[in-house]
Design a binder for this molecule. Structure first.
Ligand code: SAH
Length: 412
């Protein structure tokens, strides 16, 4: 590979882009070629000095993902995989308690296991193997064994992310469970708990399912700040708005401390799950909750023009900037949403403004919100800068592991 790529690896990064690879000699992988038993390649710099061993993804822009700084063989890689997965799970154990039985158990590069993602939703474990190199013999079996031994689940399913599958040229997921307890049918759906609230999970729902577990502690923070601002401000009427509410994560937390909560999302399927989640928690929620299927930009424009007012507003849009080039457009989107939200925010109210784009930096997001505040003639006081929950760790040598940004603001 070229010098720039070697430098990146020496600084602790794990990726080599296809455009930086100068030559590649694949190991003799037997009759299956690279799709066969071995997907490991030994990596050297342009002078031939050893940099380590990587998983090779022929169809991806990220051609190599390092798994070791040494030259290792398949058996040693599987041992490393097992040890790292066990360590990743051990790091999450303190996050699980009576109120929380869901978390991300392993988060790819952030746990030194590029492409391996495992989530726990109550008794169900969901494994994702997101790079071609992980399809090699033994990887899936080893992951399943470790997950079983560490967590004694009811069932383990594999559910690769559709977008990544396309980028990597991966086959469709196996519709059968990878493993399940007992002689009967495998459990495919369950309820799990986040911060004491119940949520539904269904491994059979075709599309993206599961929760945004990375927002868990931000849900609790939004709830706590809404409660505090409500207590401090006599004008706080307890009207909350969750924009891009998905299955109701923020909305249901706010419903514990607010009188009226509105969740907006463009996806009807998500709102149906949100409604089921609401029913599951009815007993501990005092608020009146409504779900509205709508485009966020359109409805916020109309509502702000019509003079609607809220005391707590959450903006948690999908990643607007998937690439660096998309950042400018994304910032216009963030500014527009925040402008509309600020026009609707009551004085002394709460604004929680998120971005889950790695390419949108803190300064970018804060600049967009500040500029929206200026246009709205409001001032916003920063209460907290928050990131993803600790089961989605940030590794400073791998800047891409930091993506979620959550600004908690008091609107003056
Ligand atoms: N806040 C949620 C996660 C939001 S994910 C949580 O914590 O669980 C982003 C959501 O935005 C998805 O549910 C998607 O359906 C919705 N969405 C995407 N574009 C939208 C648009 N233009 N208007 C409204 N909703 C949109």
């Amino acid at each position: 590979m070229n010098g720039r790529a070697a430098e990146r690896l020496r600084s602790g990064h794990l990726w080599v882009y296809a455009s930086d690879v100068e030559s590649i000699t694949l190991p003799d992988a037997g009759p299956g070629g690279i799709d066969g038993p071995s997907a490991l390649v030994t990596v050297g710099d342009h002078r031939g000095l050893l940099l380590g061993t990587a998983l090779y993804s022929p169809a991806s822009q990220i051609a190599l993902r390092m798994v070791s700084r040494e030259a290792i063989d398949e058996a040693a890689w599987l041992e490393l995989l097992e040890a790292r997965l066990r360590r990743a799970i051990a790091r999450r154990r303190p996050l699980l308690d009576e109120e929380n039985d869901a978390c991300r158990l392993c988060f790819s590069e952030a746990d030194e296991l590029p492409g391996v993602v495992a989530d726990k939703y109550g008794g169900l474990l969901i494994l994702q193997l997101l790079t071609k190199g992980l399809l090699a013999a033994g990887v899936r079996e080893r992951c399943v064994r470790v997950l079983r031994e560490e967590l004694t689940p009811a069932a383990i399913w594999e559910r690769p992310d559709a977008r990544v599958r396309e980028l990597e040229g991966l086959p469709a997921p196996n519709p059968e469970p990878l493993w399940f307890a007992g002689p009967a049918k495998a459990v495919a759906s369950t309820q799990f708990r986040l911060n004491g609230l119940a949520f539904h999970y269904d491994a059979n729902a075709g599309q993206k399912t599961g929760a945004f577990l990375d927002q868990r502690m931000n849900y609790a923070a939004a709830r706590e700040w809404a409660r505090r601002l409500g207590a401090a401000n006599p004008g706080f009427e307890g009207r909350a708005l969750d924009v891009f509410c998905y299955q109701g994560g923020f909305a249901l937390h706010l419903a514990q401390v607010c009188r009226q909560v509105t969740g907006i999302d463009a996806s009807r399927a998500s709102l149906e799950v949100a409604e089921r989640n609401l029913e599951a928690n009815r007993a501990c929620l005092a608020a009146q909750v409504e779900w509205i299927e709508a485009g966020a930009f359109e409805i916020l424009r109309d509502w702000s023009a019509a003079g609607k007012r809220f005391d707590a507003i959450v903006l948690d849009p999908p990643a607007f900037a998937k690439t660096k080039r998309a950042v400018a457009g994304a910032l216009r989107g963030y500014k527009e949403l925040n402008l509309r939200a600020l026009l609707m925010a009551n004085p002394g109210g709460l604004l929680v403004s998120c971005s889950c784009s790695h390419h949108v930096a803190w300064a970018d997001l804060e600049g967009a919100v500040a500029s929206a505040a200026a246009d709205a003639g409001r001032r916003v006081r920063l209460l907290e800068r928050r990131g993803a929950a600790p089961d989605h760790p940030v590794v400073l040598n791998l800047p891409e592991t930091e993506y979620l940004k959550c600004l908690v603001l008091e609107v003056e």
